[in-house]
Design a protein around this ligand. Sequence first.
Ligand code: SAM
Length: 288
Amino acid sequence: MATNCDDMIPTMSEVEFRLLSNIIHDVAGINLTPNKKPLLVSRLARRLRELGVNFSEYYRIILEDKEEFIRLIDRVSTNKTEFLREPTHFEFLGTRFVGEMRKKIAEAGKRSIRIWSAACSTGEEPYSIALTLLEALGGDTSWMIRILASDICTEALKTAESAIYDEEGIARLPAQLWGKYLLKGVGEYKGKYRFKEFVRRMVEFRRINLKDGKLPVREEFDAIFLRNVLIYFDRPTQDEVVEKLSRHIRDGGYLFLGHSESLQTRPGGFKMIIPSVYIKMASNKGVH
Ligand SMILES: C[S@@+](CC[C@H](N)C(=O)[O-])C[C@H]1O[C@@H](n2cnc3c(N)ncnc32)[C@H](O)[C@@H]1O
């Protein structure tokens, strides 16, 4: 009888599931509840076959091999994203946020905008931020726009840094923006698009694990996008991450969460402006 090894699903005991899910939670904050066991098995099955090991042996490997551990995190992270996802956020960014930044230059004289996309996945979010700001500022090149884009997933970051997307993904951007901000691929890149260099230069990509005790970031931002990542964390980790990031938002700056996420206890002194968009209150002024 013919068998196809690729179709064989390795079995994972309850103990193996607990060991793996605990270490994933402790290091990356990702909370795999027992109903996620089939998901974990399916995401790791191919790697186990490549290595020719069972789950216990694989667990021992990841404890010793840092690279293999990073690959494990790459496999368990969910990278679903798209350009201009949750459009009300980009409307808010291009209108109220940019309006406030214009007022700020009247007071402080600095034409600079700093935004952090803290779970940027394959890059659609930071490039959507870049295009929204460029459009809202109407080509005024005197502004210094800096976008820090980070994620824990190294594979997602590679795609993000390449800035190459297929037509299906790009189709979510208004067609009049294509020629302005994208180069059309030819030859082996036919059907693909790449952001032009001046857009790519606005975004700096880094691997940052939001669960790390101390984040390797020093500056304050005018806004942080922390969208559709808290849902993968348990409550204490959510609060810990929000509290840590709040220290990197200036007073009067904004925190954007995913539409299905909210700040229930609001660590870090936030006030909701519209659903899933929060303003950071000045610590001792109290009113906005
Ligand atoms: C569903 S995507 C969200 C992408 C984008 N923010 C959006 O809303 O479209 C979630 C991202 O969170 C990242 N992530 C998960 N745990 C993380 C952690 N501990 N530190 C940084 N990023 C993490 C995943 O790698 C994934 O790319």
